[in-house]
Each structure stands twice: as C-alpha cells, then as structure tokens.
Design a protein around this ligand. Structure first.
Ligand code: PLP
Length: 438
C-alpha cells in the first residue's frame, strides 16, 4: 500500500478522519494554516508516516513534500542521525528540570554559528522566542512601542497579532479577536522594503520605540529579500533613536546557510529569535543577543521568563543532531542547486503554457506567485491570484506533490530531495499548468 503513487488516488480515510477530527478538535486542525481554508476548502490529507522527501497519507498515497512542516524540516523526514539521537535521549529520560550538558553544547554551537548570540535562552516555540525578545527589549530600553513590517508573521502572541493602522504614523489595530486595543496601540506596522514609511514611523514615535522587529529575509508572504541598503538604513535609523533591532530568524536560521540570514546579509541585530530548524523537527524556540541586553533576563535581571519544558533534552538532542547533519560539506550548495533547477523548470513551463507567474527564490526556498509581476512587499503578494493558486495547489496534491496550502508560503527543499524528485515535480507542474491553460 505504501508504494501507491499516482494511480487511483482516493482519500476516503482522510475524509473519515477529518469528519471525526471536526467532532473533537476545533476546526479539525491544531493550527489554522493546516486547514485548506486558504485554498477554497476541502479535506486536508492526514499523514501517517514520513521519510526523507516523502509523506504517506492514511489512504496510502505518497507525496513529494515541499511543505517541510512549514519550515523545520531541512534534513528530510526521519533523518537516521536525528532519529537515533532522539531515541538515545528518550532512553535516558525526556525531562529533568535541571541544567544539562546538552544545553551547554547546543548554546555553544549556536553562538559559533551566529556570533551575535552572545547569550542564549531556550524556549519551546518561535512564538515564545519572539514574545520574550520584545519583553527584554522593553526592559532594556524602558520603552514600550514596537515597529514591525506588514505581512511578517511573528507567532500568535498578543504583542504581534497587530495589523497596520491607516499609515506609518498611526498606531496598530488588533488582528485577532481577543486582543486588547491598548496592546495593539503599542505596535506600528509599516510596509517591508519601504524606507520612507519606516523613516516616517521611527521619526513620529522616536523615543517611544523599544525595538524594530523584522524577518531579515521574509518567509511569511513568500520568500522576499530585503532590497539593497534597506535593512542597513533600518538599523541606522533605529539605533539613532535608541531603539533595538530584533531579527526574527524563526524561518531563516539554518535555512540558507549554516547560521542566520544575518550571516548572509552581514548585519548584526541586537537580538535574534529562532525556532523551527534548530529543533530538528521537535518543538523548540531560542532567543539571544548582546550580553548587556540579555542580562536583563531573570535570574540576572528584572525581566522574567521561564519554562518547564524549556531546553528539554529531547528537543536539544534533535537540534544538535540536525545541526551536525547540516555541517556536512555541500549541504547548502545542494539545496541551492535543486532550488535553481525547480525555479528554472517552473519558469520554462509557465512560459510554455502562458501561465503568469513570478518566482521568488533564495537557495532552497521559493514561492510561486500567480498573476503578479513582482513581489517585494506584502501588498504585492496579496494581489497575487488566489483562485489560480488554489487550483494549482489542488492539481499538484492530486499528483502527489504536497505544497503549503496558502499562496503566502514557501516551498522548502530538503537534503533528501533528489534530482528525480524535482523532475517528477516538474512533470506534475506541467500537467497542472496544462489544465490551468485549458
Ligand atoms: N516567526 C516566524 C518568522 C515564523 O514564521 C513563525 C511560525 O511560522 C513564528 C515566528 C512562530 O513560531 P511557532 O509557530 O513555532 O510559534
């Protein structure tokens, strides 16, 4: 059954599980982006097993996976080195509530890779990591306001689920029910890659701004690079006003190089939040930064942050093993090469079938936008065609290609994807484009 590939794909078991899930789990999913709401609805496939670049669903259908669990999976699923590390650690106990040698080893590995992490703290998710950097920045600066960029996602804490007001000099509004207006009013949201708007915001709010929070290479309205000089100016203007720079590297840390986007961009933030890849497919988050700032954190300083599960040995063992795999020579060049092959192949097919696409790619991550000429900020991404994307997504799924079910997400390659996988994927793209063109 596990060998079943493209013929006779049925989804009866997924449909049965989904019906049952909806009885017990709100919306039938444990994170809204797992539903197919953003692609016109339908039954999400229920996965029972994954290995390497592949997923198998409960009906026995196989998928080449580009979702990568929304970013953490870069070594492929169930990488033997990580699986072994988890199993060995599980046999030694999963949680002690004490310091461990593992956390010393992992903190050292992270600082060696990303030197701005002078001091680190492990937490359990990207949400927690970002949330805490904001608290620490507020403690250090004795200010309250945060500037962030439209379309960047920083987890689901009250502090960042804030939408833009009517312009760069206006305060934010709640982007979810249940968030007090007063909290949203501490956040100003401006367009990414728009220096004039950022300058207006930082000038207007000046000495009230504790920090500027940014995804240095964006992953949440697709893959979007900062324009040359943009982040440099953001750093300069923020520091001029005494505000800190926080990089949200939850997606980018170890995705594009052995280190963060900051290594590639050659910029040093004051603080960095991480998650996803550094857990090797298990729950983790981490934040860190300049020593003087991090010393605000308890027990050294007045900013409180804690966690029963923080630095749990299972996640650390998996994270260390994951980084060990990524250290192997050629890892990132391989991801880049496959990414380029995928990008070029999709481009060529788009031309052949006259499908209007823009592809933003950096190394082994890319986003295919339909019906727009360029995407450099959230507004551009929002204009891309929902209907075409939804049809494309479902066409690919039916042929055994699992993409993220949203036009705002990226395709993530892993070191276990092969040239053959990319060629099979391009065949599915060709078939799907053919039906889109018809
Ligand atoms: N920051 C960024 C850039 C993210 O992409 C995400 C999750 O997608 C988060 C923070 C939140 O991380 P988590 O889902 O682990 O809480």
């Amino acid at each position: 059954e596990d060998k079943k590939t493209n013929h006779n794909r049925t989804y009866d078991q997924s449909e049965a599980y989904y019906r049952e899930a909806c009885e017990y789990i709100v919306g039938g999913v444990n994170s809204p982006s797992r539903s197919y709401k953003a692609v016109g609805g339908g039954t999400p496939v229920f996965i029972k097993r994954a290995e390497g670049a592949y997923l198998w669903d409960v009906d026995g259908n196989r998928y080449i996976d580009y979702l990568g669990a929304f970013g953490p999976i870069i070594t492929g699923h169930a990488h033997p080195h990580i699986t072994q590390a988890i199993a060995e650690q599980a046999a030694k106990g999963t949680l002690y509530g004490t310091p461990t040698p593992l956390e010393v080893k992992f903190a050292k590995m992270l600082r060696e890779a990303i030197p701005s992490l002078e001091k680190i703290r492990f937490v359990n998710s990207g949400t927690e990591a970002v949330m805490t950097t904001i608290r620490v920045a507020r403690a250090y600066t004795n200010r309250t306001k945060i500037i962030k960029f439209a379309g960047c996602y920083h987890g689901h804490s009250d502090l960042v689920l804030v939408a833009a007001g009517s312009g760069p000099s206006t305060l934010g509004i709640p982007d979810s029910a249940g968030i007090p207006h007063s909290i949203a009013q501490e956040v100003i949201t401006v367009p990414f890659n728009d220096l004039a708007s950022f300058e207006e915001a930082i000038t207007t709010w000046g000495e009230e701004v504790a920090a500027v929070l940014v995804e240095p290479i964006v992953g949440n309205f697709g893959i979007v690079m900062p324009e040359p000089g943009f982040l440099e100016e953001v750093h300069r203007l923020a520091h001029q006003k005494g505000a800190l720079i926080i990089y949200d590297e939850v997606i980018t840390a170890f995705r594009f190089t052995y280190g963060g986007a900051q290594n590639i961009l050659q910029l040093e933030p004051d603080m960095t939040a991480m998650g996803k890849i550094i857990g090797g497919g298990t729950p983790i988050g981490a934040y860190g930064g300049k020593k003087a700032i991090m010393e605000q954190v308890a027990p050294l300083g007045p900013a409180y942050q804690a966690g029963t599960m923080a630095g749990n040995p299972l996640s650390l063992a998996a994270g260390i093993a994951c980084l060990e795999v990524l250290q192997e020579k050629g890892t990132y060049a391989y991801l880049d090469r496959l990414g380029q092959k995928l990008e070029e192949g999709i481009h060529q097919l788009a031309q052949q079938f006259s499908i209007p696409v823009t592809i933003n790619r950096f190394k082994g991550a890319l986003t295919v936008y339909f019906g727009v000429d360029q995407v450099k900020n959230y507004e551009d991404a929002a204009k891309s065609d929902d209907r075409l994307f939804a049809t494309f997504f479902k066409g690919m799924l039916k042929q055994g290609i699992n993409l993220a079910p949203s036009k705002y997400e990226a395709w993530f390659l892993t070191i276990r994807h092969t040239d053959q996988d990319v060629e099979d994927t391009l065949q599915a793209v060709a078939n799907t484009f053919k039906t889109l063109a018809a």
